[in-house]
Design a protein around this ligand. Structure first.
Ligand code: HEC
Ligand code: HEC
Length: 344
C-alpha cells in the first residue's frame, strides 16, 4: 500500500496531537522564575548564622552523645547519605523501636513556616530539642547533656565562640542546630538551571512533566506543591490507605481540632525528592511512580479528603513524565565533609 503525503500529514497530526493539544510552552518563561528559591534562607534576628554557629551545630547534629544510649544522632535519621532522611518507611528510634511517622528530609527546612508533619513546631529553633527529649527518640537527660558539654573543653570553646556570654542550655544548643540546618539547602538542580534560561537542562519529556504537574486540568500538583519550595506550607488529607483503617493518625487535627484538618499532614517540599524514598508520612509509597499513581486514582480513602484530590485520568505516559520531571529536582551531589567530634 502506498501512503500519500496527505495521509502522512493526517497521521502525524494524530501522533503529535496530545502534546500540541495542551499547548504548553516548552521553553522556560518569565513566570517560571517564581520557582527559584531565595538565595539566602530566612533566619531569626537573634540567631543570624555565623561560621562558628554553623560549625558547632554541625558537630552536635552528628554527635550520638546527644542520646542517652550514645547510639543515635540527628544524622542517624537525617543522613546526608539518604538525602538527609533515612531511607526507611518510618523512623527507627531509641533501642530500634519503629516509630509511627517517616523521617522527613531536613533539606530546605529553613524555608518552612511549620516544622514536623503536623506542624506542631514553627521554627527550627523550636523543633531542635524535641528529639532529644522524646523517650522514643534520643531519650536524653538534658541536665546531664548540658553539664557534659560544659565540661568538654572543645565544645565549651565552640559555644563561647558561637554564643559569647550565653549559657550552654536548650537555647544555645537549639540555635546552633538550627544554624547548621539552615545550610542544608538544595542547590542548582537541572530544573533550577532550566528555570534560569538553560533550555537544554531538561529534556522535552521532563518539561512536559513539569507542565502537567502545573496544569490545573491535569496533575494539578501545584494546588499544594507551590513555588518556590514546592509547598504551600499548608496541611491536607490526601487520602492515604492507612486513614481508612481503625484509629488512624489524625495528623494536624490533633494540634488544631477543626474538621478540615482531620488526617491532614504538611505538604512537604519535593526538592531532592528522588533521594528520599519511600514517600508520604507513613512511607506507604515505595517509589515516585507509586506516589503519582496514588494521586491519579484520586486517593485510596475518601473520608475527609481534600477537595483538590480527585481522579486525574492521566495516561501512563503522562504519569511517567511527571515522575521524570520530579527527578530533575535533584541537586548535583556535592562532597560533604563530616565534622570531627570532640574526643572526650
Ligand atoms: C529516631 C529518628 C530521629 C532522630 C534521632 C531525629 N529525628 Fe528529626 N525527625 C524524625 C521524624 C520521624 C520526624 C517527623 C516527626 C513528626 O512529624 O511527628 C522528624 C522531623 C524533623 C524535622 C522537621 C522537618 C520538617 O520538614 O517538618 C526537623 C527539622 C528535624 N527532625 C531535625 C532533627 C534534629 C535537629 C535532630 C537531632 C537533635 C533530629 N531531628 C533527630 C526522626 C528523627
Ligand atoms: C491537596 C494538596 C496536594 C496535591 C493536589 C498534591 N499533593 Fe503531593 N503532597 C501533599 C501532602 C499534604 C503530602 C504529604 C501527605 C502525607 O504524607 O500524609 C504530599 C506528599 C507528596 C509526595 C511525597 C513527599 C515525601 O517527602 O514523602 C510526593 C512525591 C508528592 N506529594 C507529589 C505530588 C504530585 C506529583 C502531585 C500531583 C499529581 C501532588 N503531589 C499533588 C499535598 C498535595
Amino acid at each position: 500500500m502506498i501512503i500519500s503525503s496527505f495521509q502522512v500529514a493526517i497521521l502525524s497530526l494524530f501522533l503529535v496531537l496530545p502534546a500540541v493539544a495542551a499547548d504548553y510552552a516548552m521553553q522556560p518563561t518569565k513566570d517560571d522564575l517564581k520557582w527559584l528559591l531565595p538565595k539566602k534562607p530566612p533566619a531569626p534576628a537573634e540567631n543570624q548564622p555565623t561560621p562558628a554557629r554553623v560549625e558547632l551545630g554541625k558537630a552536635l547534629f552528628f554527635d550520638p552523645r546527644l542520646s542517652s544510649a550514645g547510639n543515635l544522632s540527628c544524622a542517624s535519621c537525617h543522613s546526608p547519605m539518604f538525602g538527609w532522611s533515612d531511607g526507611l518507611a518510618t523512623a527507627k528510634g531509641s533501642m530500634g523501636k519503629t516509630l509511627g511517622r517517616a523521617s522527613p528530609t531536613i533539606t530546605n527546612t529553613a524555608y518552612n513556616t511549620f516544622q514536623l508533619w503536623d506542624g506542631r513546631k514553627k521554627s527550627l529553633e523550636d523543633q531542635a530539642m524535641g528529639p532529644m527529649e522524646s523517650m522514643d527518640e534520643m531519650a536524653m537527660d538534658l541536665g546531664v547533656l548540658f553539664k557534659w558539654l560544659d565540661a568538654e573543653p572543645t565544645y565549651k570553646n565552640m559555644f563561647t565562640k558561637a554564643y559569647p556570654g550565653e549559657a550552654i542550655d536548650s537555647k544555645t544548643v537549639a540555635k546552633s542546630l538550627a544554624s547548621f540546618q539552615r545550610t542544608v539547602i538544595s542547590n542548582t538542580s537541572p530544573f533550577d538551571r532550566w528555570v534560569q534560561g538553560d533550555g537544554k537542562a531538561m529534556t522535552k519529556r521532563e518539561v512536559l512533566g513539569f507542565r502537567l504537574f502545573s496544569d490545573p486540568n491535569k496533575g494539578n500538583c501545584v494546588a499544594c506543591h507551590q513555588a518556590p519550595n514546592f509547598t504551600d506550607g499548608g496541611f491536607h488529607n490526601i487520602g492515604l490507605a492507612a486513614y481508612g483503617k481503625p484509629d488512624p493518625d489524625m495528623g494536624r487535627f490533633a494540634i488544631k481540632p477543626v474538621a478540615s484538618m482531620k488526617g491532614a499532614f504538611k505538604t512537604p517540599t519535593l526538592r531532592d525528592i528522588a533521594l528520599t524514598a519511600p514517600y508520604f508520612h507513613d512511607g506507604s509509597a515505595r517509589t515516585l511512580a507509586e506516589a503519582v499513581n496514588h494521586y491519579n486514582q484520586g486517593g485510596a480513602t475518601k473520608a475527609d479528603l481534600s477537595a483538590n484530590i480527585k481522579p486525574l485520568n492521566l495516561s501512563a505516559d503522562e504519569a511517567d513524565a511527571i515522575v521524570a520531571f520530579m527527578r530533575t529536582l535533584t541537586s548535583p551531589s556535592k562532597a560533604f565533609v563530616l565534622p570531627k567530634l570532640p574526643a572526650s
